[in-house]
Design a protein around this ligand. Structure first.
Ligand code: C5P
Length: 219
């Protein structure tokens, strides 16, 4: 049906933040908009890939023409990702919450008065990227993202090794860049061969470049 360099290939994309419940009406989240992950899903689709798009509650709607798996929490995201394997490539652009509340309350937590405040205990969430990179059904190409505010290349290179992924797309999310929540991105692609810094581009153009590189790698 589709043509293009990724025709016949299945690519998994994670995107957006996760929401980790505190009680039925409250949650812990982060500022990820889902814009870069969504642009990637579009670019991969446009090159002919079958895209499984596993998304947390993002600001932008999911694209047409991809298989959408909408989730809230990191644990749900991991289950959806594992359910979508096998894939030829996996691109993990989601900003997964590192921690969740150990025991979310089943009922809304009430103010008890007299200034008393609740204490929240956290436990670590599963690392979805690392899990996929070590899975029996490991995709041929596993790509992670790294949002950094300093020493971008050094931190991202270390992250590539720690996670066991093939590439890291590192971006500088210092508040002054306006990248988080903005329409542009400035990335450095870390592969086994070293670091390549790309110019500041729209998130759409960044996605098209990355999708083209993924197509090349899967050839
Ligand atoms: O460790 P850090 O969160 O900086 O790593 C970022 C990369 O790891 C991103 O690709 C992100 O999607 C992925 N990740 C994940 N599961 C987590 C934490 C991060 O897949 N629990």
């Amino acid at each position: 049906f589709s043509d293009g360099p990724l025709a016949g290939k299945h690519v998994l994309v994670t995107s957006g933040p996760t929401h980790e419940p505190i009680d039925p009406v409250r949650y812990i989240a982060n500022r990820s908009s889902g814009a870069q992950g969504t642009a990637l899903a579009v670019a991969l689709r446009d090159l002919g890939a079958r895209v499984s798009f596993v998304t947390g509650p993002a600001d932008v709607p999911p694209p047409e023409g991809v298989e959408v798996h909408a989730v809230q929490t990191a644990q749900q995201m991991l289950a959806a990702v594992e359910g979508a394997l096998p894939a030829d490539a996996a691109v993990m652009a989601a900003a997964v919450a590192d921690w969740r509340v150990a025991t979310a309350s089943d009922s809304k937590m009430k103010k008890v008065g007299s200034g008393a405040v609740p204490a929240l205990n956290f436990v670590e969430n599963p690392d979805i990227l690392r899990t996929v990179a070590q899975a029996d059904q490991r995709p041929k190409l596993v790509v992670g993202f790294a949002a950094e505010t300093d020493d971008v290349v050094a931190h991202a290179t270390a992250k590539r090794a720690r996670k066991g992924c093939d590439w890291i797309v590192a971006n500088d999310v210092s508040p002054a860049t306006g990248i988080m929540g903005g329409t542009e991105n400035a990335v450095t692609l870390i592969t086994g061969k070293g670091a390549e810094t790309w110019p500041r581009l729209s998130k759409g153009e960044t996605a098209r470049r990355l999708a083209a590189r993924i197509a090349e790698a899967l050839e």
